[in-house]
Design a protein around this ligand. Sequence first.
Ligand SMILES: *[C@@H]1O[C@H](CO)[C@@H](O)[C@H](O)[C@H]1NC(C)=O
Ligand SMILES: *[C@@H]1O[C@H](CO)[C@@H](O)[C@H](O)[C@H]1NC(C)=O
Ligand SMILES: *[C@@H]1O[C@H](CO)[C@@H](O)[C@H](O)[C@H]1NC(C)=O
Ligand SMILES: *[C@@H]1O[C@H](CO)[C@@H](O)[C@H](O)[C@H]1NC(C)=O
Ligand SMILES: *[C@@H]1O[C@H](CO)[C@@H](O)[C@H](O)[C@H]1NC(C)=O
Length: 433
Amino acid sequence: MLMATNMISFVIIITLISVSLCQIRSDDLVLQYAAVIFRHGDRTPVEPYPTDPYKNESMWPVKFGQLTNTGKKQHYALGKWLRERYRHMISEEYDPTQIHVRSTDVDRTLMSVEANLAGLFPPVGNSIWDNQLQWQPIPVHTMPTNRDEVLAMQRKCPAYDIALEELQESKEYTDRLSQYQGLMDYLTAYTGAKIKDYNDISYVYNTLYIETLYNFTLPNWTRTVYPDKMREPSCYSFRTATMTPLLARLKVGPLIQEIVTKMANTTLTYPAGYSNAVKLSIYSAHDITVANVLHALGMFDGNCPVYTATILFELLYSQNTAEHFVRISYRNFTGIAEPYVLRIPYCGEVCSFNRFVTLYENLLNINWDFECAKKNIPILGMSMLYSVGILAALFVAHKIIFNRLPRNRLNIMYSNVNTDTKIPDKITEAQKK
Ligand SMILES: *[C@@H]1O[C@H](CO)[C@@H](O)[C@H](O)[C@H]1NC(C)=O
Ligand SMILES: *[C@@H]1O[C@H](CO)[C@@H](O)[C@H](O)[C@H]1NC(C)=O
Ligand SMILES: *[C@@H]1O[C@H](CO)[C@@H](O)[C@H](O)[C@H]1NC(C)=O
Ligand SMILES: *[C@@H]1O[C@H](CO)[C@@H](O)[C@H](O)[C@H]1NC(C)=O
Ligand SMILES: *[C@@H]1O[C@H](CO)[C@@H](O)[C@H](O)[C@H]1NC(C)=O
């Protein structure tokens, strides 16, 4: 019975997708709004491991965890690239009504976005204020880490902590992790740090990776494990924070809600001909932010996000059909090239805005403060009762199109705790020698 219902909704979805796709012509799509989330650029290790031969800060070009000149160049280049991409959407002169910039409250993300904005908004015309300086100040907003649930995703949320603990104590989770016990014991022995979870492996992996970038010779003990055996569990660490629908909802809901609310605002003010709504939102953050967003959307490909990795959320308007679409692209390289257009699960590369909102209802209808305070909430369902704002507003605004959508909630595929990825062979005593 359930199968049959699912099958029917599947057929309906496919039909809807094909109907819309026939109407989409890319030359007909106009970009109306973009939200850009990126990782900072090249940096030094945040904290080398205790036995690290390169733990003396004076061996590095800048203090630990800081953005390097390479990182500044990477973001300056990305800013120039964003200028090219959005030259028809935002004016060449800085206009505070068109753009909003937010960063986590960390030196390297603040500095990255400043370098980026230097590339995006070189002064022109009236904004030139010093002939010697190809730069103008652009406001960057931030929020203390422990009060920021939107971008830092670090504000205290008891319900989240409980759900994460439950996950980490689950048999599937501990079983999968135990396959790395040999690796973790080996790393614990050689690094002097207690390595007991994916995040800890990732921390060592990341430090070793940076040391290779800076041409430091890695100690001999790393040869049997770095990079191959450590890569998979390191990158797997990026899945855990959003592993279940509830974790994803509490972690990423506020950010997706903010972006989609801005999109909704744009769909309401366009195509009336004139819009005061913000056109470009820039979010400067971390690898974990990028991974959390991709994973919560069911789009994480399993690779650790690189420096300057960028997710582009774009709202497109079709003049032919007078409909709005969402396109999500991912730039997972530091050089300059066209980003990958990602497939939105159950929808495609260009997804009707209304369907997008339905697909991601789990992230969008969250009442974060209320749900975080609850010690134990039934997953999904109940939150509907408390959700205010966004869905109701969207429902009214798009009632007609909404009615065409399938009634069932579509479940986005999250990674299974037991993925079929290759587990490295356990490291034997013999290999340690
Ligand atoms: C770090 O290196 C500098 C320069 O070689 C040296 O003066 C300093 O004593 C070292 N610090 C430590 C803690 O080893
Ligand atoms: C590391 O070595 C490579 C190859 O010699 C060089 O291109 C690169 O600039 C070096 N990196 C640093 C940070 O010195
Ligand atoms: C590391 O291994 C290389 C080659 O096997 C050897 O020449 C070198 O002496 C070793 N270094 C240390 C510190 O053991
Ligand atoms: C929607 O746009 C209007 C007009 O620019 C603005 O005043 C309002 O704050 C925007 N709302 C959101 C949620 O962005
Ligand atoms: C970059 O992202 C695309 C889309 O997720 C993926 O197919 C590709 O393998 C990624 N490349 C790297 C080097 O991570």
